[in-house]
Design a protein around this ligand. Structure first.
Ligand SMILES: NC(=O)c1ccc[n+]([C@@H]2O[C@H](COP(=O)([O-])OP(=O)(O)OC[C@H]3O[C@@H](n4cnc5c(N)ncnc54)[C@H](OP(=O)(O)O)[C@@H]3O)[C@@H](O)[C@H]2O)c1
Length: 341
């Protein structure tokens, strides 16, 4: 099979399409012929050598695929060969074939195409899990989401619309604000030209917000904490500030690491604040929970409440362009890889 390999840490030029023997599904696994695979910010960081969870290099990354079951491992009775599915995989998704534990394989509803399906698992699960399991979003609350025009950000905005009267503040560069509004963002904020914290404070008469969803990390976590109203919650779910260019920078790493706020239970208690963390990649030990949330998302797709925005679809041999698109912050929504042109 063909797959996109990260041959070593570096710029997009380190990616190579290589051919290796087809994988055989192990006990409890289904093998999927991939029609589309999601490319995520984490995988761009993995290529830069900045993602501690990535497999040892050289490796094939990829957390999510949509395709057709083409073989079953020992002890597996379904989904049947030929079933259209999406799956969460802990790496190896940027390939023509990938094996996944059947607990992480979900049948696609009729009408949901492979590309739309591959855009759902990581982005929408992250958004859904944060809003409805960790934060318990309620009617009328105020939510600040960073990287709002990215895959997770747009998913957050769409899901916030399913709860009445939620007010959303989304940071993104100005050229992306129309799309943010289309996805329900009440207040797009151009973080590149204005102080987003000052803007959010002004828009809320100084009160701040109930929930900050922050994948930026470092100093932004500190700023987010200061924007919380009493009983507010900050969810940390990424450290994008570490990846400011195409390559790793030790100076940037040190600066951002020194900005991480130091918190104590006593301080949180006295401030009536909650700080939570979400890392979907570390929830693989809870397939019951992931499956329940994926099933809820399939229902939301069915009811028309969610519909991912595809930014671009790149064949494997243009994977470097796909990485560049994310690395240069050009994407609005999801970037996908497909095996052939
Ligand atoms: N913890 C989890 O389980 C989990 C799961 C999925 C994703 N994440 C995290 O969520 C974040 C968003 O992921 P995604 O896949 O939605 O991203 P994405 O689609 O690649 O979106 C990235 C966009 O965010 C904006 N941005 C703002 N500040 C940035 C910065 N410091 N570095 C890079 N881009 C920046 C850029 O747009 P503009 O500047 O033009 O507005 C960029 O185009 C990442 O940090 C990722 O690691 C975490």
């Amino acid at each position: 099979m063909r797959a996109v390999w990260i041959t070593r840490a570096g710029g997009p030029e380190v990616l190579e399409v290589r051919t290796t023997p087809d994988p055989a599904p192990g006990p409890g696994e289904a093998r999927i012929r991939v029609h589309a695979a999601g490319l995520n910010f984490a995988e761009v960081m993995a290529r830069q050598g900045l993602y501690p969870d990535a497999p040892k290099l050289p490796c094939v990354v990829g957390y999510e695929v949509a395709g057709v079951v083409d073989a079953l491992g020992a002890g597996v009775t379904g989904p049947a060969v030929g079933t259209r599915v999406l799956a969460l995989v802990r790496f190896g998704g940027h390939a023509e074939l990938v094996c996944a534990p059947v607990a992480q394989v979900v049948e696609l509803p009729d009408g949901l195409g492979f590309e739309q399906a591959a855009a759902i698992p990581l982005n929408y699960l992250t958004a859904y899990h944060m809003l409805f399991r960790v934060a318990n979003l309620r009617a009328g609350q105020r939510v600040l989401v960073h990287m709002a025009a990215g895959g997770v950000g747009l998913a957050v905005l769409q899901l916030c619309r399913t709860v009445p009267d939620v007010v959303t503040f989304g940071t993104a560069s100005a050229a992306k604000h129309d799309v943010l509004r289309e996805f329900g963002c009440t207040h797009p904020v151009d973080y590149r030209t204005e102080d987003y914290a000052a803007r959010v404070r002004a828009l809320t008469d100084g009160e701040g917000v109930d929930l900050v969803l922050d994948p930026l990390g470092g100093r932004d976590w500190k700023r987010g904490l200061r924007l919380l109203r009493p009983v507010g919650q900050l969810i940390a779910y990424g450290f994008a500030n570490l990846a400011g260019g195409e390559r790793r920078s030790v100076v940037r790493l040190a600066r951002q690491a020194s900005g991480v706020p130091l918190l104590t239970p006593l301080g949180l208690m006295n401030d009536n604040r909650t700080v939570s963390g979400v890392n979907l990649g570390h929830l693989w030990g809870r397939p019951d929970l992931l499956r329940e949330e994926l099933t809820a998302l399939m229902a939301l797709w069915h009811s028309g409440d969610i519909s991912p925005r595809i930014d671009g679809v790149y064949p494997f041999d243009r994977a470097a362009d796909a990485h560049r698109r994310l690395g240069e912050r050009q994407n609005v929504g999801k970037v996908l890889l497909v095996p052939a042109a």
